[in-house]
Each structure stands twice: as C-alpha cells, then as structure tokens.
Design a protein around this ligand. Structure first.
Ligand code: ADP
Ligand code: MG
Length: 360
C-alpha cells in the first residue's frame, strides 16, 4: 500500500549539505501496522512528511496503493490533499476555539465534493464512537485531557476514510500510563478500520508492541526491517541491537556450525551455544549479543562463576553488573535473588538466546 523506492533527500544549508534520507526502500502491505524507529535526527519525520507530500524529495519514488504520487525524475507530484492520507502529530494540532464535533468535522467540510450536513453528522458520530469520544461531541476542545485531545486528532485523521494513516510520535506528550493505554487503543482502532498505518517513534517499546513490521532507521538509512521479535532477538547490526535495548556484547569466534541455526562461539565466558544467521561460518570473528534478561544468576551447577560488582534494586527486578574475569555483564535478575556486591555466584546464559553478528 505504501511503497518507497530508493528515496533520497538532502537539506542544503548555507554551509553544508545534510543527507537526511539516504536511499530508503520500503514496502508496507495493506492493512499492516508499520513502525519506523530510530534515534532523534535519523530522518523519521522527514520520511513521513515525504510520504505525506509535505516535503519534496530529490530522488526515488513514493507509491500509494500502486499509484506513483511523487517522482521528481518523472515530474510527478500529487499534493497532500489528493493522497488519501490521514495524519496525527505529536502536537495534537486541534483547534481550541472549536468543540470536539467541529474539530473532527473540519476535514469533511473542506472536502470537495463536500458531503451534506446529515452525512457529516453521521460520519463524525461514527468516528467519535470509534475513538471512544462519542459522549464528548459538544465539549470544547480545551476542556479535554491530553489523551482525549490525541483521540480527537486521531478521529480527525480517520474521518475522511483515508487509505493510509501516518502518525509521528503521537504519544510523546502523554504520561507513561496513558501512553501504554493509547498504544493498545490505537492498535485496536487501526485493526478494526483495517487501515494501513505508518507510525514513527523513537520509543522502542512502542515500536515493538504496536507493529506488524518494524524498520530501524539510522542516519537516513534503514538498518533492518523485520518482525518485532526478530528486531529485538536477532538484530542485523550492533546499532540495531543497542538501540532496541540494553545488551552485552561478547567478542568471540565461531567455532562450530550446527543444524537449525545453532552455532558454538568461543568467548571470555568459555564456549557458548548461540544462534547465528546462515551466512556465518566457523572461524569467523563475531560479537555475541546477550540481553540482560537472558542471563540467569545463582543456578546450582553453573559452569561459569561471576563476581557481583554492582547492583540496583528496582522492585520488580534487580539490575546487576557482574564480572567474569575481565568481562563485565549486565544481568536482570528476579528480585528474590539475594547476592550482594562482592559475592561469587553461578552464571548461565539461557540456551538459544545469544545471537552472533559479524565482528565490526
Ligand atoms: P527524526 O524525526 O528522526 O528526529 P528528522 O527527519 O526530523 O529526524 O530530521 C533529520 C535531520 O534533518 C536532522 O538532522 C534535522 O536537524 C534535519 N532537518 C529536518 N528538517 C530540516 C529543515 N527543514 N532544514 C534543514 N535541516 C532539517
Ligand atoms: Mg521526528
């Protein structure tokens, strides 16, 4: 439904040229929820604005539903209003002098041809029900909470029945609890409407929990595209691994290739069973990515002994730093574990959870 082909864009300032989108290609199937995640400045917003037609690009093409909507080389540029998109931004961008109904009705009143009054009322009512604001139609927009304002913005984006919904960090201004609630609600609404969504965020939990497919962006390039589980558990690069969550990087060498994606790597912790992509072979220098939650401490009969060098008690878990020789590891442990600083403790890497990538 959304297709980007070799998209390229630079901003030229007086002193230098900034390459903001560096050859991005993406294919987002109809009805899917696609998240674009990356650090601030990686080019996410620019990419979204190019899809929306709010920004021109230098090279490549944008296709929506099979139709080319932007192709500088071919002289094609379909304006935003004709692209069939709905947009939601971080700032709610709702009009304070209007009530909820009028805010949501606005895009329909601007549409050509304009639906008649009864049709507008019916569609606004339907959309407000969809986002859970059916009872607040007559309330002034200023009387709403942040979460409700974001729902108004979502309703306004959906009321014109677009084919594509674009969202740019829509939850960043909400408090943590509300954010978690809204993640689920936005996902439910997207599913029930069946619309294709492209969602931009720097928040990895949002990216993983909402998406059918995640793309990790860095310096204008896509580092990796995959299902949430693959992005987190089998990252394609060190950048993707570290951006998506804390991890231990153990240098080592692949010593054996086993069937089913398994391998053995020699590391400072000894030989560890790990998984590795099919193109990696014995003898290759690797970095093993081991997530803190994939290490267990205090097991009886562990082959590895670690010494606790630091810990932070967090209530639902304990964040440990342990050392095995010169190798430090971060470990998330169950709060019941009572190992204090200086203690010697057995350590195990959970089988199959270590992931090998080529050494940089
Ligand atoms: P993100 O949304 O991932 O934080 P952006 O797409 O907003 O990233 O920005 C990517 C880069 O482009 C940043 O370095 C930003 O400063 C720069 N940039 C964005 N808009 C403009 C502009 N209008 N003129 C010049 N540079 C810009
Ligand atoms: Mg941005």
């Amino acid at each position: 439904m959304i297709r980007l082909e070799a998209l390229d864009k630079s901003y030229r300032t007086r002193r230098r040229q900034l390459h903001v989108i560096d050859g991005i290609s993406l294919d987002i199937p109809e009805g899917s929820f696609f998240t674009l995640v990356g650090p601030s400045g990686s080019g996410k917003t620019t990419t979204l604005r190019v899809v929306a037609g709010l920004e021109r690009h230098d090279g490549g093409r944008v296709l929506l539903g099979g139709q080319v909507v932007s192709d500088p080389a071919g002289g094609v540029f379909v304006p935003t209003s004709d692209r069939g998109i709905g947009m939601v931004f971080q700032s709610y961008a709702i009009w304070p002098h209007m009530d909820v109904f009028s805010n949501v009705a606005y895009p329909l009143q601007q549409a050509r041809p304009r639906p008649d009054k009864a049709e507008i009322a019916r569609r606004v009512g339907e959309t407000l029900e969809l986002v859970g604001l059916g009872h607040l139609a007559q309330v002034p927009a200023t009387a709403l909470s942040g979460g409700q304002q974001q729902r108004v913005a979502l309703a306004r984006a959906l009321v014109g029945r677009p084919r594509v919904l674009l969202l740019d960090e829509p939850l960043s201004n909400l408090d943590a609890q509300l954010r978690e609630r809204m993640r689920i609600d936005i996902r439910d609404i997207q599913r029930s409407v069946g619309i294709t969504a492209l969602y931009v965020t720097h928040d990895r939990a949002e990216a993983l929990s909402m998406a059918t497919t995640v793309a990790v962006m860095n310096h204008g390039k896509i580092e990796m595209i995959g299902a949430p589980r693959d992005i987190y558990e089998r990252p394609a690069s060190r950048f993707a691994a570290e951006f998506m969550g804390p991890c231990n990087l153990l240098p080592g060498k692949l010593t054996e290739r086993l069937h089913g994606g398994w391998a053995v790597a020699a590391t400072a912790l000894g030989d560890l069973a790990c998984r590795a992509s099919a193109d990696m072979s014995p003898g290759q220098s690797v970095e093993l990515i081991v997530r803190p939650e994939d290490v267990s401490l205090g097991g009886a009969g562990s082959a590895i002994t670690a010494r606790v060098s630091n810990l932070a008690y967090l209530g639902d878990r304990i964040d440990y730093v342990v050392a095995v020789g010169a190798q430090e590891l971060r470990v998330l442990a169950h709060p019941g574990l009572a190992a204090e600083i200086g203690a010697e403790i057995g350590l195990d890497v959970l089988p199959g959870r270590a992931w090998a990538i080529p050494a940089a």
